[in-house]
Design a protein around this ligand. Structure first.
Ligand code: ATP
Length: 451
């Protein structure tokens, strides 16, 4: 989503104040609120109140205070730089702050969560924050913000070496010989993105990438983009996660055969060529295309949960491996099979605030993954509970050895209700999807870049 149209140069400033309240005041002052019903004082109070309830500090030096109001314009941004950090209520993390993105959004705008998600994605790139903070003056800062959110970057594409050309040529031969319907390319193999679609003749081309918003050029060249949020280290895990997202988004059909080309992220070198029958790869979890996702579950919700699960599996939490269980489906139908083990931490929050599509929920969910029990997530993304014990009727099918009660509970709930259960194993780091009593290992923890 292009956000530059909502970002005006005169609302990008250097903050003078030393505390958050003063900084927000300065940012509100540069917002032209003529003709709007609310006043700055009320808005400031609301922003501070919300900050006390739930911090908008995203990490990496960025805070994103935001509020929805009755407003004529859809969105209004004000951006402030504060290289020495800010004080706020004795909270240490604000000292790490370098940039504040204030977002005022109209209550009517339905794309609100997409805007927040798009911002959070842009901020994930560490060099971007560094570049903005280090801008020598406010004019350069304004130019760098425009670059970050608007124009495609002038990045060097390095696919053009002998070996990459050879792999691409072979991929076309193999795809033709194996009667593949599409070629799927892992774009993050290249630091500057990939523009390989021309090499694939008439095949349908799919680009898998973590930086979908930046792949402006590639978007034109490929038939579709499969955005992934995080990758496991293992190549086949990467493939499965990408295929799962492609399937849920309807970009891939279950009867397709794909020729996949990839390599180690950022290595600028293709090194893997594999042909996959989608149905065979996923046969354990669906019999028809429509079986993959429960009807109540939005594909982007599964993508988000998969992203968080992958990050928990790959990174752990505070240096330790972490395990958890996510149950995603129609909450009212799942609730009878759960029992709250501790006070539900999501109780009392507005539905929108506790929606997993809201990027602020990432850290919260990861934090609550320490709590014993399962997360219960409604199909629209609303986090209904954490710390729930699943007590679905026992399912007689034997579990593979080494899998204990968490996996058994996921298996059982996936049989008892129309849901997807996703387990992050504390002991192996594996992420496993359960659907209708069938299990599909998605991410295998491995610190080598092996197949
Ligand atoms: N029915 C259940 N509902 C929710 N959470 C459960 C349930 N049973 C177990 N758990 C959680 O799973 C944790 C690990 O249990 P156990 O080691 O038996 O499972 P496991 O399948 O081997 O998982 P892991 O691979 O993560 O160790 C428990 O401490 C508990 O937090």
């Amino acid at each position: 989503m292009r956000l530059d149209r909502y970002i005006a140069k005169n609302r990008i400033i250097d903050i003078v104040s030393r505390d958050l309240e003063g900084a927000l005041k300065e940012l509100l002052e540069v917002c032209d609120l003529r003709g709007e019903k609310f006043d700055r004082k009320e808005l400031l109070e609301e922003l501070l109140e919300r900050e006390k309830t739930m911090t908008t500090y995203l990490g990496s030096g960025i805070a994103l205070p935001h509020v929805r109001i009755e407003m004529k314009r859809p969105y209004l941004f004000a951006i402030g730089r504060c290289p020495d950090g800010l004080e706020f209520d004795g909270h240490g993390e604000y000292k790490e702050l370098r940039l504040i993105f204030l977002l005022l959004a109209s209550e009517r705008e339905k794309s609100y969560l997409n805007v927040l998600a798009s911002l959070a994605r842009t901020f994930q790139e560490p060099s971007m924050v560094e570049r903005l903070t280090a801008s020598p003056d406010v004019a350069t800062l304004r130019k760098n913000v425009a670059d970050a959110f608007g124009r495609p970057r002038d990045q060097k594409r390095t696919k053009d070496n002998k070996f990459n050309r050879l792999i691409l040529r072979e991929a076309v031969k193999i795809a033709t010989g194996a009667k593949c319907s599409a070629v799927m390319v892992f774009g993050d193999t290249f630091a500057g993105g990939v523009d390989a679609a021309d090499d694939f003749g008439d095949f349908k081309t799919l680009l898998v990438t973590q930086s979908a918003s930046e792949m402006t050029q590639a978007k034109r060249a490929f038939n579709a983009i499969i955005p992934v949020r995080a990758f496991g280290f293992n190549r086949l895990s990467q493939l499965r996660s990408a295929m799962l997202i492609g399937l849920t988004r309807g970009l891939i059909k279950s009867n397709e055969r794909l020729c996949c080309v990839g390599g180690i992220p950022q290595s600028n070198q293709f090194d893997t060529l594999v042909v996959v029958d989608v149905e065979r790869e996923f046969q354990s979890v669906f019999t028809r295309q429509s079986d993959m996702l429960p009807s109540s579950v939005k594909p982007e919700v599964l993508e988000r949960v998969l992203g968080i699960a992958t990050e928990l599996s790959v990174e752990g939490r505070e240096g330790k491996p972490i395990g958890t269980l996510f149950v995603i489906g129609e909450a009212e139908k799942i609730k009878p099979y759960t029992k709250q083990l501790v006070l539900n931490p999501f109780q009392g929050y507005e539905r929108e605030e506790r929606n997993i599509l809201n990027p602020f929920m990432d850290e919260t969910v990861k934090e609550f993954s320490f709590i014993d029990g399962a997360f219960l997530i409604n199909g629209d993304g609303v986090l209904e509970a954490a710390g729930s014990m699943v007590h679905a009727p026992d399912f007689p099918k034997e579990m593979p050895s080494g899998l204990g009660t968490r996996h058994a509970a996921a298996n059982a709930i996936s049989v008892a209700t129309d849901c997807i259960a996703l387990v992050v194993s504390a002991s192996s780091g594996q992420v496993t999807l359960f659907r209708r009593g069938q299990m599909l290992p998605l991410i295998v923890r491995s610190h080598s870049n092996s197949l």
